[in-house]
Design a protein around this ligand. Sequence first.
Ligand SMILES: Nc1ncnc2c1ncn2[C@@H]1O[C@H](COP(=O)(O)OP(=O)(O)O)[C@@H](O)[C@H]1O
Ligand SMILES: [Mg+2]
Length: 362
Amino acid sequence: MPGKINVGILFGGKSVEHEISVRSATNVAANIDKAKYNVELVGIDKKGGWYHCASVNQEITKGDPVSLRLSSKGHFFYNLSRDEEILLDVIFPVLHGTDGEDGSIQGMLTTSGIPCVGSGVQGSANSMDKYISKRLLKEAGVPVSKFLYANFRQRDSLNFQDIATAVGVPFIIKPACLGSSVGVSKISNESEFTKAVQNTFTYDNEVIFEEFIEGRELECGIIGNSQPIATNPGEVVVSGDYAFYTYEAKYLDPNAAQIIIPAKVPDQIKNSIKYWSVAAYQALNCADYARVDLFLKADGTILINEINTIPGFTDSSMFPMLWNDAGISYTALITKLIEMSLARTKEKQRLETNFAAREYQS
Ligand SMILES: Nc1ncnc2c1ncn2[C@@H]1O[C@H](COP(=O)(O)OP(=O)(O)O)[C@@H](O)[C@H]1O
Ligand SMILES: [Mg+2]
């Protein structure tokens, strides 16, 4: 019988979503098929220190410090306390937001030659940046809301009226590269505009303004590479006490949002949602899996909002619940993601890395 595959689970991270990552990784570690996989846990604390941990929890620094070891054998982490290499066949980064979902870790893993579950550098970076995403989606014909981009250097010349004319009132301001609704505000007048612009620029040097979409918030799970498939959409119903799905509604108020799986939408609209979700995933060059978030207006219009390349895996996370509803258990889902990643790596190994110019150019 072939040996088990060594899977490294990366969790924590220097991100506002550190705690969510710990909760997600707890579930991934608990549900991974132990008959197929050996698990090594590598936690990143909030200051950016890396540790080899015995279990997934908040006390990451109790683990052994690790360093990176770039070798042609593919041994990537080195346990400094035990003076030993941590053998890994594939890494599953269960990190959300900055430094984990934006392509930076994916770049590091790619450079090290180690297979990594999920989108690579390009798909991750495309999806993390809401301005770049919107441009790529629009170019691919995927429906998105009206938007306008601004960077920090332009802040003094920004005015409410110009943006209102371009995208309509009310409108939304959001940081280009953040998550968890941090820095997102709904703006209806000049004074809200002044306050919100100042606030959002404290989180990012780049922001986007979008028309405010009055609609339902739906999410689809996607898996696959050459022929990605989408789940039926689920719905997040946010209580009327909130202007939109704010940070507070997401994480602080347990009664603020209700998740409905599957969302109640007519079949024809459901099929369009699945179609556009797959189109969005492909337009951004995602790999293995992602969660696509969208709005559905009362008149049936679908607008893709954003793509999360490492969606939550917590107990209340939509992505695993959507797949469970589609008949794929948590354990089977994790196996699928790892297998897809390994298959992709094999495909890449087919490529020649030496170019014998004379042979082809004579
Ligand atoms: N154009 C929009 N119209 C209406 N609500 C929006 C719009 N953009 C964002 N929102 C609200 O803000 C929330 C967070 O915005 P989102 O773009 O999803 O960023 P994040 O990455 O922080 O989740 C959304 O879930 C939604 O409730
Ligand atoms: Mg969102």
